[in-house]
Design a protein around this ligand. Structure first.
Ligand SMILES: C[C@H](O)[C@H](O)[C@H]1CNC2=NC(N)=NC(=O)C2=N1
Length: 84
């Protein structure tokens, strides 16, 4: 995606996988994303495998990617940039 270069996907869902230095760094990212998701009332699917996280953003109620997913992806990018 042009304005989200670390994300891939289609109109149904966008996804980003990121590897952090340690498992605890990965968990810290998940914790910060959880705070933002609650603020936004918009929640990514998160897969945790040791220090690798995969985020999936889609708007369940719409069945597609909306502006809320793009905003959530931007916020996830900020958190990852500050943690790695
Ligand atoms: C009522 C409340 O707005 C909804 O249940 C929210 C909560 N978080 C959500 N998160 C996502 N990703 N998609 C949704 O449709 C959604 N719906």
């Amino acid at each position: 995606m042009t304005d989200l270069p670390d994300w891939s996907g289609d109109e149904a869902e966008i996804t980003r996988t990121v590897r952090l230095p340690t498992f605890m760094d990965a968990i810290a990212v998940v914790d910060r994303v959880a705070v933002v998701a609650e603020e936004m009332d918009h929640h990514p699917d998160i897969d945790i495998r040791w220090r690798t996280l995969t985020f999936r953003c889609s708007t369940h109620s719409a069945g597609k990617v909306t502006d809320r997913d793009i905003e959530l992806a931007r916020r996830i990018d900020e958190i990852v940039a500050n943690q790695s």
